[in-house]
Design a protein around this ligand. Structure first.
Ligand SMILES: [Fe+2]
Length: 292
């Protein structure tokens, strides 16, 4: 069965019947990618000039807006404030969409970072660990999240070119393959990393496993080639959402994308038993985050 659910909605504030919403939240939380080919983020005539890699400052991979602060962008003060306004408008649209589709998540939608990605999705010379053309689940070395979910909303704002992903096998199948190959962190490592401020807060056992799954999957080229997977096209003007800490995904091609990250506590889910935390705790037979 494909992981992709395509819906013919055409608004950032779609009205769905209760049973349709329930079905959609189930598909999302079991690792689906919700694809909305008619929900587009329309750039103004003036904003179309931002469709160029020249707006990156050359240091950061993406341009991002975090708590009102624009990072990674080139340009004059005027350009930068227009760019920030464009990204903020996308953040508001993404928040509306998530609120309309998944009302339980609504209290959390304003919390995280928004990015504009003017660079090509692949082709940058990066280490295997940072190579997002390899299938992976998102896990960030500097941001331990202790089980918190990573929900992402994307729009392909390229007027002419598809964004293309590969989507891999379900999370549990991937975890069953790689968990036996993961060793324990050194005793005290989490405390040391937090004390050195390498990480924002201590790394839990969950974070250690998620980072290891990210790395082990990316490092295994035979797995990358042979695991169950599908190629998914996001045509110009398509919006899509998924839990990127759960869906095995890889960039194939594309350029010009907006992305909103939303962090959700496991308790906000319709069904916490489907979360990577619950799956990993079941597979390992132990608690992976400190009790609250
Ligand atoms: Fe990713």
């Amino acid at each position: 069965m494909s992981a992709v659910v395509t819906l013919d909605l055409d608004s950032w504030r779609p009205a769905l019947a209760d049973d349709a919403r329930e079905h959609l939240s189930q598909r999302l939380e079991e690792g689906g990618v919700i694809r909305l080919p008619r929900v587009n983020f329309v750039l103004t005539e003036s904003e179309r000039r931002f469709l160029s890699p020249a707006w990156s400052n050359g240091r950061a991979k993406n341009i991002s807006l975090d708590g009102g602060r624009l990072k990674g962008a080139a340009g004059t003060e005027g350009d930068r404030s227009e760019l920030a306004a464009m990204i903020a408008r996308f953040a508001a649209s993404a928040a509306e969409l998530v609120t309309a589709l998944f009302p339980r998540y609504a209290p959390y939608v304003k919390r995280a970072r928004t990015s504009f990605r003017p660079q090509r999705a692949v082709g940058r010379d990066v280490s295997w660990r940072k190579d997002d053309s390899r299938l992976h689940v998102d896990a960030f070395p500097s941001r331990p999240n202790r089980g918190e979910r990573i929900l992402r909303v994307f729009t392909n704002v390229n007027p002419a070119e598809d964004r293309v992903w590969r989507v891999g096998e379900p999370f549990e199948a991937m975890a069953r393959t790689f968990l036996p190959r993961i060793s324990s962190p050194l005793p005290g490592a989490a405390t040391v990393l937090a004390a050195l401020r390498v990480t924002k807060g201590p790394r839990s056992a969950y974070d250690h496993l998620m980072l290891s799954l990210h790395d082990r999957a990316k490092a295994d080229l035979a797995y990358q080639r042979d695991c169950a997977q599908e190629t998914v096209h996001f045509t110009p003007g398509t919006t899509w959402l998924c839990f990127s800490d759960q869906v095995m995904h890889a960039a194939v091609s594309g350029q010009y994308m907006l992305e909103q990250t939303i962090h959700l506590p496991v308790s906000a889910l319709y069904d916490p038993a489907r979360a990577p935390l619950a799956i990993l705790e079941r597979l390992t037979g132990r608690a992976l985050v400190p009790a609250h």
